[in-house]
Design a protein around this ligand. Structure first.
Ligand code: GTP
Ligand code: MG
Length: 336
């Protein structure tokens, strides 16, 4: 089975590429719009001669590997179309180790865009529900930039909640950064205009209740005032349907990427996948620690697949050591 990914400005052009390279017998495994108007992506497969079909057994262990992936997805609450799509892709791949095929299936269904560590053209505004980890994420990213010796600016629009400015201000002081404060969208425009060219800029925002326009409307004004790229800060462990609805609302406010937080403090990650899938968000980073230094990694298909299987980020930014591992045994226990 040959699996290939095709990207083109239109679905018709992507289909034409599939037909040109794989011929009329190609099987369409998945098709999706790439976020930010970057066209359409089709994952297509072609059976080699003699293969009986997508689910044909290909040696010992194949059935167990597919079952293991199926159980892992069910454990995380990933069901319906998304689970079917991932399993269909998995079945088209070689299955020696279930992590790799799941990573391949995830890559075919999701987009990944880690936050740049170099000079940014647009500021990044971190938005999300109350307590989702926005301020911690901004602090972690600022620390990563400082350690890498990049010019970085941190601005907060969360100037009303008691202690919010002090929370980020204390971290900024340790990093020897000055914290910019913007009480109004006009303040934020001024702050952004005053930035030296090429400064990596992270904007912390006030929590928004996705179901209350009184809190989401000001957020939209701040994002527009900064011409920022909005990043949804989304905690692991959120119920999948809730997560999908919340992510869709934040995507309508302008979010294009998703950073996952608290993966060390939750066992079910299905909400993260459901949120990114429903809202067409690109996975960016993952946080697995409340600490500012460490526990932050760019998300990749392989890292996400590993997280689904083991629950831990690879060392050195490992999650809390006393947290029980989420092995396959516990998945099976949970779904049976
Ligand atoms: N275990 C763990 N805790 C985290 C992580 N990220 C954030 N936290 C904790 O979650 C709590 C909320 O984090 P904040 O960064 O203040 O969240 P916020 O979204 O800025 O909160 P509001 O501004 O009040 O909406 C704090 O106790 C953080 O230490 C993480 O990845 N893992
Ligand atoms: Mg905050």
């Amino acid at each position: 089975m040959r699996l290939k990914i095709f990207t083109a400005p239109t679905m018709a052009q992507a289909m034409a590429q599939v037909r040109r390279e794989l011929g009329e017998d190609a099987i369409i495994v998945s098709s999706q719009r790439v976020p930010k108007g970057r066209g359409f992506r089709i994952t297509a497969a072609l059976e080699s001669e003699g293969e009986a079909g997508l689910a044909a057994p290909a040696g010992p262990g194949r059935g167990e590997a597919v079952d293991s992936i199926r159980q892992t997805l069910a454990y995380h609450g990933i069901a319906g179309d998304l689970a079917e799509r991932l399993l269909k892709t998995v079945e088209a791949l070689d299955l020696a180790d279930p992590v790799m095929p799941l990573a391949g299936a995830i890559e075919a269904s999701f987009s990944f865009a880690p936050l740049p560590e170099r000079l940014g053209e647009r500021p990044f505004a971190f938005i999300g529900t109350p307590g989702s980890g926005k301020t911690t994420m901004v602090a972690k990213l600022a620390a990563r930039a400082v350690i890498a010796g990049r010019p970085v600016r941190v601005i907060t629009t969360d100037t009303i909640r008691a202690g919010a400015v002090a929370q980020l201000g204390a971290i900024a002081r340790v990093l020897k950064l000055e914290l910019g404060e913007a009480k109004t969208p006009a303040d934020l425009t001024r702050e952004v205009k005053a930035l030296a060219a090429g400064t990596l800029t992270f904007i912390d925002t006030q929590a928004a209740n996705p179901y209350d326009p009184e809190t989401t409307a000001p957020l939209r004004s701040f994002i527009e005032a900064a011409e920022a790229e909005a990043v949804l800060v989304h905690p692991a462990g959120t119920e999948v349907r809730e997560s999908a609805e919340v992510a869709e609302i934040f995507a309508r406010l302008g979010a294009t990427r998703l950073v996952a937080t608290r993966v060390d403090a939750a066992r079910r990650l299905g909400g993260l996948l459901a949120g990114a899938d429903a809202a067409g968000l690109m996975f960016s980073e993952v946080s697995a620690s409340a600490k500012i230094a460490g526990g932050l990694k760019p998300l990749s298909p392989l890292l996400l697949a590993r997280l689904l299987f083991t629950g831990d980020l690879p060392a050195p930014s490992a999650a809390a050591p006393d947290k029980p591992s989420r092995g396959r045994t516990s998945h099976s226990e949970a779904v049976t």
